[in-house]
Design a binder for this molecule. Structure first.
Ligand code: GCU
Length: 332
């Protein structure tokens, strides 16, 4: 029965007449949250969400469950975020860039060279004093940000060369995530940013539409980018989070005790993922090397840092973004 609901979602058939929005009902008293995920089952975010699902089921005696759909099974991130807005599914993992179009203040977390480490990122991203208002601010877009995962540090990789300085990126078409900050960032870094969804990148590099991409080691290896753009230069220019977004009406409609369980189990899941990421990234690097990828540390980080400084200044335009930025700076 459940499988057939999902095939209906995949076929974009209207579900509203059949099941309540964002959930599938296994029986009258139970609720299943469908969670869209665009990466593989080996990713630490997938494992963390599975932990959440187990905790939720156990603590509600099976009344509330969650199911994670990996590998873009429910669609690319941009689409699954929209499906969360409309309540077709309950939750989606969303790269930080995608939230910028709802509230431009989110751009503060999309800025290059913002954090020095995953540890610093962890201190900020799930700290309600710093992010609480921002995460609730998108309720007018029908979603709430329940919290944040790390997505490690992103670096540039190219088909046929390493990069050391911004000049080495001249004319290179690099895929970036779909936000103004990301497109601008690549321009400042010396290259040409082409915005597209993650699932299209492999073929675009293979066919020459792109010269390369920028991402963390896990995506580089698990989505096989290492095969088509094997020169990975450790620019480590971006540490953006992945948010877990939920349909806000669905969240607000939960009984208080269930909300508490959801929040507590998610807090454990986020913590686990932040702690597991670095080890998984190291494994991914080793896997990429096995298929012939090469990693270069010969990168003039200061030159890249200087190149994006005007972008940072141009995005910190109000008190919300300035205050968050200052709190992050204080950690460095
Ligand atoms: C990271 C991130 C994803 C995102 C992706 C991208 O891997 O974890 O959420 O989709 O980058 O580049 O689009």
């Amino acid at each position: 029965k459940y499988t057939s609901y999902i095939s209906m979602i995949a076929g974009a058939v209207a579900l509203s007449a059949i099941i309540p929005a964002g959930i599938s009902a296994a029986s009258a008293a139970s609720m299943n949250f469908e969670i869209a995920f665009n990466q593989t089952e080996t990713h630490p975010q997938f494992k963390a969400l599975q932990m959440f699902a187990e905790g939720l089921k156990e603590r509600t005696n099976g009344e509330y469950t969650a199911e994670v759909f990996p590998n873009e099974l429910l669609g690319a991130q941009k689409e699954t975020v929209e499906m969360t807005q409309t309540g077709t599914i309950a939750m989606s993992v969303a790269a930080a860039s995608l939230l910028e179009s709802w509230n431009s203040d989110f751009s503060v977390f999309n800025l290059p060279y913002l954090f020095n480490s995953i540890e610093d990122q962890k201190k900020v991203l799930n700290n309600p004093e710093i992010v609480g208002d921002l995460y609730k601010s998108v309720s007018d877009q029908s979603v709430i940000v329940l919290g944040s995962f790390t997505a490690g540090a992103r670096s540039v990789y190219l088909k046929d060369r390493f990069v050391k300085t911004p000049a080495d990126l001249a004319g290179q078409k690099i895929r970036v995530m779909q936000s103004d900050t990301n497109v601008q960032m690549m321009k400042h870094m010396g290259g040409v940013g082409i915005a597209m969804g993650q699932g299209e990148v492999y073929t675009a590099i293979q066919t020459g539409v792109l010269n390369g991409g920028e991402n963390n080691e896990i995506v580089f290896s698990s989505l096989k980018h290492a095969e088509v753009a094997p020169h990975f230069s450790n620019t480590r220019h971006l540490m953006i989070p992945d948010y877990l977004v939920m349909n806000v009406d669905l969240y607000n409609g939960l009984p208080e005790n269930i909300k508490t369980i959801v929040n507590e189990e998610l807090a454990k899941a986020f913590d686990y993922e932040f702690d597991a990421f670095a080890e998984e990234a190291a494994k991914a690097r080793a896997d990429a090397e096995k298929v012939g990828a090469k990693f270069s540390d010969d990168v003039d980080m200061e030159a890249f840092r200087a190149s994006v400084k005007p972008l940072i200044d141009s995005k910190l335009t109000n008190d919300v973004t300035k205050t968050i930025y200052q709190k992050i700076e204080a950690l460095r």
